[in-house]
Design a protein around this ligand. Structure first.
Ligand SMILES: [Zn+2]
Length: 185
């Protein structure tokens, strides 16, 4: 009987050492509680901001990167056609227009000044070059800016300003739903 007890004690000590070693080697390792037999908590779902921004820039769903984010030129799709991610509440309001104007304005104004300083062409040449370029750049950049802003909102779990609830989307990493009242002073 004494031998069995000693063997049991030795095995338990070895198991505990092994568990500690695993925890030390891998800080994310969650050993099962052998007393209560409880399973480790599910890993938190993190949303990578940079990959979401890249997907948004290509007008793709920020969650899967395959479905289309837009159902029309600047209309965000209700849900992703591939993964079903809900996007209907994502709104970017005036922000895409603001960023587009900042980028296009710098390109066009810089170009006008450089061309004027170098060649001083007549006004009709300026108009013939810059007006079409202004229109094309604006139309190309507007959806890209909107895609990136919606992807940023999605990756940061913002509510999307859709009017449903003025509170951020709950973060599973925190595990507690943030209520609108908690954010107010
Ligand atoms: Zn998707």
């Amino acid at each position: 009987m004494g031998t069995v007890r000693a063997l049991h004690g030795s095995l338990s000590a070895s198991f505990e050492r092994l568990t500690h070693a695993r925890t030390w080697l891998d800080p994310h390792c969650m050993p099962i509680d052998i007393k209560t037999n409880a399973l480790p908590p599910l890993p938190a779902v993190r949303r990578d901001v940079w990959s979401a921004l890249k997907r948004g820039a290509w007008l793709k769903c920020p969650a899967c990167g395959e479905g289309h984010m837009f159902r029309a030129f600047l209309k965000v799709a209700d849900t992703c056609s591939r993964c079903g991610e809900e996007l209907h509440h994502q709104r970017a309001d005036d922000a895409p227009a603001y960023f587009t104007m900042v980028i296009v304005g710098h390109v066009i104004v810089g170009g006008i000044l450089a061309l004027e300083k170098a060649y001083a062409p007549p006004t009709w040449v300026h108009l013939a070059i810059w007006l079409p370029l202004l229109t094309i750049l604006t139309l190309l950049l507007l959806p890209v800016c909107k895609g990136m802003l919606v992807a940023l909102q999605w990756s940061l779990r913002m509510h999307g300003f859709g009017g449903a609830d003025d509170a951020p989307e709950p973060d599973p990493a925190v595990g507690v739903a943030a209520k609108a009242g908690d954010l107010r002073p």
